[in-house]
Design a protein around this ligand. Structure first.
Ligand code: CMC
Length: 424
């Protein structure tokens, strides 16, 4: 099955033949699994040059700014599809026919409510706890509420867990928000679309139910679509690694939420807004650009740079268009957007950023739209987690449905050699 062969020559030893595989797109990969038998390992901290698995779900060409889900470009999905259709595509591999779509939507709707007792669980958290801390705990706890579907070797169990996770994430996200506000929790309304329902649970109260603005619902849906999957990113790899031990899907997704929270990953959207607050005014941009370039200063321009995209982030392009559209339609003139645009302009013409291919990423614009919709900054990464859920589940399911091994990297040990415990 190897298309080509690579040869590894270690000084003083015979050459080692390694198979090389070609995917349908992307660079060839060298299969290094045989190296363990030769007494050597590869060394790749941060997995800069390592494919951890074979996958058919998402393809990224970072040099050319291409992102495909099951072959479909993200720009086309953002324009023509909706979030639930994108979920179906990620999970099942093909776009649904009209009847399949209608059935999938209605199945998701049937599972939007959470177990009533989950409210008691929520009550155990401090109201000023970070929403990601609460979401991580609540999603992990779902395995204690839905233990009728935890047999990972049963395809039906996996399917029902996938549906439950996608359906309940917006309900949980809105519960976390209402809890922090001290407002009554809103039950889902299955008359509404996925994104309308999320906004309904977020912003309506039992005392006042207002219709959801279709512009905001469309923008929300697009944000979910743009976050739906991103191949083997840190949180998805975390979900796969946790899943490789045989852990249940709720526990694996909770692990993914924890990994997503970091500011280098999904936590960047919240960090972008905090950074814009800190910069405060266009006149301070030069000072912050200098800080970002100073190797002795830990400050980084949040929302800039990406491990894989070294040209532009195609999600950021669509997100920027959505941002302009939403702010224009809502007639919002946000001074932070002006500040963000100026920052982008200066950074993109500065040799430090140009030489390192540091472009605005998806998180640079999403915060501005979310803010316009009325979502507080602490909740931004919760929105990312809600959107990323189908990706996490699709990858987990792909792994479990095929032969897999527990994920267990090795190391280059540089500690003490063996020594004896002192006698005195
Ligand atoms: N501001 C200033 N310098 C930067 C930045 C930045 N945002 N990002 C990278 N650099 C520099 C970095 O210091 C390094 O410089 P040098 O070569 O002189 O040592 C060079 O650019 C390469 O960066 P790196 O840290 O080796 O790249 P990486 O692939 O390990 O990290 C990253 C990628 C996204 C973690 C990083 O660019 C970063 O921390 N960005 C800010 C956080 C952010 O916006 N994250 C969201 C990513 S998109 C959403 C998602 O998919 O999670």
């Amino acid at each position: 099955m190897a298309d080509k062969k690579a040869q590894l020559i270690i000084e003083g030893a015979a050459p080692i033949d390694l198979p090389v595989y070609s995917g349908t797109l992307g660079p060839d990969v060298i299969d290094v699994r045989g190296l363990t038998a030769e007494g050597v390992f590869t060394f790749d901290p941060g997995f800069m040059a390592t494919s951890s698995c074979e996958s058919k779900i998402t393809f990224i060409d970072g040099d050319n700014g291409i992102l495909l889900h099951r072959g479909y470009p993200i720009e086309q999905l953002a324009e023509k599809s909706d979030f639930l259709e994108t979920c179906y595509l990620l999970l099942k591999g093909e776009l649904p026919h009209a009847e399949e779509k209608q059935k999938f939507d209605s199945t998701i709707k049937n599972h939007t409510m959470v177990h009533e007792q989950l409210k008691n669980f929520l009550n155990g958290f401090r109201r000023d706890g970070h929403p990601m801390a609460i979401m991580c705990g609540v999603v992990g706890a779902l395995s204690a509420f839905y233990h009728d579907s935890l047999d990972i070797n049963n395809a039906q169990h996996r399917e029902i867990s996938a549906i439950r996770l996608i359906a309940k994430m917006p309900t949980i996200a809105a519960m976390v928000y209402k809890y922090s506000m001290g407002q009554p929790l809103m039950y889902p309304n299955n008359e509404l679309s996925y994104s309308e329902n999320f906004l309904h649970m977020m912003f309506n109260t039992p005392a006042e139910i207002k219709p959801i603005d279709p512009i905001l619902a469309r923008a929300m849906d697009r944000i979910f679509v743009l976050h739906a999957d991103h191949e083997q990113n840190a949180s998805t790899s975390t979900v796969r690694l946790a899943g490789s031990t045989g852990a249940n899907p709720f526990a694996c997704v909770a692990a993914g939420i924890a990994a997503l929270w970091g500011p280098a990953h999904g936590g960047a959207n919240e960090a972008v807004l905090r950074m814009l607050d800190e910069i405060g005014d266009v006149s301070n941009i030069d000072t912050f650009i200098a800080k970002a370039k100073d190797k002795d200063d830990p400050f980084k321009l949040m929302g800039f740079g990406h491990r894989v995209y070294k040209n532009f982030d195609p999600r950021a392009k669509v997100m920027k268009e959505t941002c302009d559209e939403v702010l224009g339609l809502l007639g919002i003139n946000d001074p932070q957007l002006e500040l963000a645009m100026k920052l982008e302009e200066i950074a993109l013409s500065d040799p430090y950023f140009v030489e390192r291919n540091l472009y605005p990423n998806v998180d640079f614009y999403s915060g501005i739209i979310l803010k316009a919709i009325g979502i507080p900054a602490e909740l931004f990464t919760v929105i990312f987690a809600t959107g990323r859920t189908p990706g996490w589940i699709a990858h987990w399911n792909e792994m479990i449905s095929n032969p897999y091994k527990i994920g267990r990297p090795r190391q280059l040990y540089t500690g003490h050699t063996k020594r004896d415990y002192p006698n005195n």
